[in-house]
Design a protein around this ligand. Structure first.
Ligand SMILES: Cc1cc2nc3c(=O)[nH]c(=O)nc-3n(C[C@H](O)[C@H](O)[C@H](O)COP(=O)(O)O)c2cc1C
Length: 177
């Protein structure tokens, strides 16, 4: 009997089901740093992020219940988003590192400014920034889905993006628009 190709194995539903994380690794995403300002100041790398509605403008992000960011967003009622540029992989790794300092020290030595509406820290050198007021929250499994009303949206004139794909960071060049 002829052996099946990898594609035929998948087509016939014979492939071994994999953990969701391994399958979602095939879904290329951008990379953001979520942030909260004020007394709950905090930042966290995320890629579970999407626009939801254009009118009114809303976005969502998914945050693990056991992340410090979960409590920070719930307490502050707002969040900021810095969409990382191609040369900001080190920041993505830093804000995903559980060993980074907490509180204001977390931002020591980093180039950021407080968002004009929410005071959420926004990272300089990113390609776009949002400020959001927390509008709704839903629990789903081990994560919460936070929906934010966009109260400020700004982008850089140009810039290449940081992409997460296959468990690693890549960069993608932007066309002028
Ligand atoms: C590329 C990348 C994307 C990530 N996306 C998310 C995400 O969408 N939601 C989440 O809860 N954690 C995500 N994480 C993991 C958090 O960044 C990490 O667990 C972090 O240390 C949690 O921070 P905190 O507990 O200090 O808030 C991601 C990590 C990386 C490297």
């Amino acid at each position: 009997m002829q052996s099946l190709s990898a594609q035929e194995t998948v087509d016939q539903g014979l492939a071994e089901p994999l953990p969701l994380r391994e399958v979602m690794a095939r879904f290329a995403t951008g990379v953001i740093v979520l942030s909260v300002g004020g007394e709950h100041i905090h930042g966290m790398t995320a890629n579970a992020f999407s626009s939801v509605s254009l009118n009114p403008p809303t976005v969502l992000c998914c945050v693990a219940h056991d992340a410090v960011m979960h409590k920070a967003i719930r307490s502050a009622g707002h969040f900021g988003v810095s969409v990382l540029g191609a040369d900001q992989e080190a920041l993505a790794r830093y804000f995903a590192d559980k060993k980074r300092p907490l509180g204001p020290k977390q931002f020591d030595g980093l180039d950021w400014h407080a968002g004009p509406v929410t005071r959420a820290p926004l990272l300089r050198g990113a390609t776009a920034w949002l400020e959001c007021e927390l509008a709704d929250a839903h629990d789903s499994g081990d994560h919460a889905i936070f929906i934010g009303d966009v109260v400020n949206a700004v982008r850089a004139d140009e810039g290449s993006g940081l992409v997460f794909f296959g468990g690693g960071f890549r960069s993608i060049a932007a066309e002028r628009s």
